[in-house]
Design a protein. Structure first.
Length: 123
């Protein structure tokens, strides 16, 4: 199985592109690698910020959509788990203690683990 460090390193030079390398795909592709479960199956892809916003709005927003597809949030996260960060980013990321790794328009970003509002196991 692909190691978390290798996944992050492989994607670190890849530019942010809506529908190709954005926060949702960064996290859900890792989740799929770990669990063999494609949580985006059946959800139409997006190619722009506008299309992504429309898809998320139709699902109730990113937080609601994440809770629907990943299930109940866990209390304590560990490396490799999926995280939802509400503010200021409103995006999905991957836990790499003591941080959460996010894909943002300016590249991979680290935020403190305490910025995470919801977490989901990838085991």
């Amino acid at each position: 199985m692909l190691r978390l460090d290798d996944y992050i390193t492989a994607l670190s030079p890849v530019p942010f592109v809506w529908g190709a390398n954005d926060c949702v795909l960064f996290a859900t592709n890792w989740y799929k690698i770990c669990t063999k479960r494609d949580v985006l199956a059946g959800i139409p892809q997006w190619g722009s910020e506008f299309e992504a916003a429309r898809r998320l709005a139709s699902l109730g927003g990113l937080e609601v959509a994440a809770l629907k597809v990943f299930g109940p949030s866990i209390m304590k996260a560990q490396d490799g788990d999926i995280a939802y960060v509400k503010s200021p980013h409103n995006c999905l990321g991957i836990v790499k203690l003591p941080n959460i790794v996010l894909v943002a328009p300016y590249g991979l970003t680290l935020v403190d683990i305490h910025m995470g509002k919801h977490f989901w196991k990838t085991e």
